[in-house]
Design a protein around this ligand. Structure first.
Ligand code: DGL
Length: 282
């Protein structure tokens, strides 16, 4: 068996939100080099059709494959919910999505009690979280609720203590709380930024599951299992590509990553669709 693998990990999302998953990956895997693609020209994915999300997902993976990654992480819940199986069947390298790791952790924590899932409209319509959870525990009772206003609230920079944030959080979560869940899955890249407002609304009796955090743990397991962790002593790099507005990505990115986002390159549609990574100017 080879001794480690210095190739990068490719990560993609519909836009900026996947940086919450990158944050967790970097915390657990500080030596790994990460190439991130944020499809900022076509975000949001969470209100689009299955066909469109599947096509975007294939194109995003094709773009990342040009960097010769050893693994691709689908940071976007919507893509993980809709297109992961198709990607797993067609990609030549391992692929990890965020739904299964979050679902597995929720079942463990719930100990047979009700689990609630909040996510985009597309993720909830796909029923992917419930299907993943009943694989682990067939009798799991699941409540699902789309929370479409959370993404724009976070992108607008509204904080947890903001009165509008708190009102929206209560409006979505109070009806769920009447059904007495013990675990709540934050099934969208943006929701960890609202964690304290959500925790306050649901109270201490409900455990929150951050799918991004669980995904990072799964990536560690898989790389270790295949002996493909990066052995290098150097700190890993983060190289970001976006399909629109790199400046906005840099400005907002820090809040998602908990660190300044330095290396961001815009990819034009022509560059995105060609197969030659050398055409991308930095
Ligand atoms: N990244 C998406 C997700 O986790 C949220 C933003 C969008 O709708 O594209 O589902």
């Amino acid at each position: 068996m080879s001794n480690g693998d210095e190739r990068c990990i490719g990560v993609f999302d519909s836009g900026i939100g996947g940086l919450t998953v990158v944050r967790e990956l970097r915390r657990r895997l500080p030596h790994e080099n990460i190439v991130y693609f944020g499809d900022t020209a076509r975000v949001p994915y969470g209100i689009k059709s299955v066909q469109t999300v599947s096509r975007f997902a294939r194109e995003d993976c094709d773009f990342l494959l040009r960097f010769d990654p050893k693994m691709i992480v689908v940071a976007c819940n919507t893509v993980s919910a809709i297109a992961l199986t198709e990607l797993e069947d067609t990609l030549p390298i391992p692929i990890v999505g965020v739904v299964d790791p979050g679902a597995r952790q929720a079942v463990l924590l719930a100990e047979g009690h009700t689990i609630a899932v909040i996510a985009t409209e597309a993720t909830i319509s796909s029923d992917a979280y419930r299907k993943a959870m009943i694989k682990y525990q067939p009798t799991t009772r699941v409540i699902q609720k789309p929370c479409p206003l959370f993404v724009p609230l976070v992108e607008e920079g509204r904080r947890c203590e903001d009165a509008i944030t708190r009102a929206v959080v209560h409006d979505y979560l109070d009806p769920i709380m009447r059904l007495d869940p013990r675990v709540l899955i934050l099934g969208c890249t943006h929701y960890p930024l609202l964690k304290s407002a959500i925790a306050e609304a649901v109270g201490p009796g409900v455990k929150l599951v951050d799918s991004g955090e669980q995904t990072a743990a799964t990536v560690v397991e898989k790389l270790r299992g295949r002996n493909t962790l990066n052995p290098g002593p150097d700190p890993g790099t983060l190289t970001c590509y976006v399909s629109d507005n790199p400046q906005r990505f840099k400005e907002l990115g820090q809040r998602f990553l908990d660190h300044p986002v330095v290396d961001v390159t815009w990819v034009s549609q022509e560059q995105f669709l060609t197969h030659d990574v050398s055409t991308i100017s930095v």
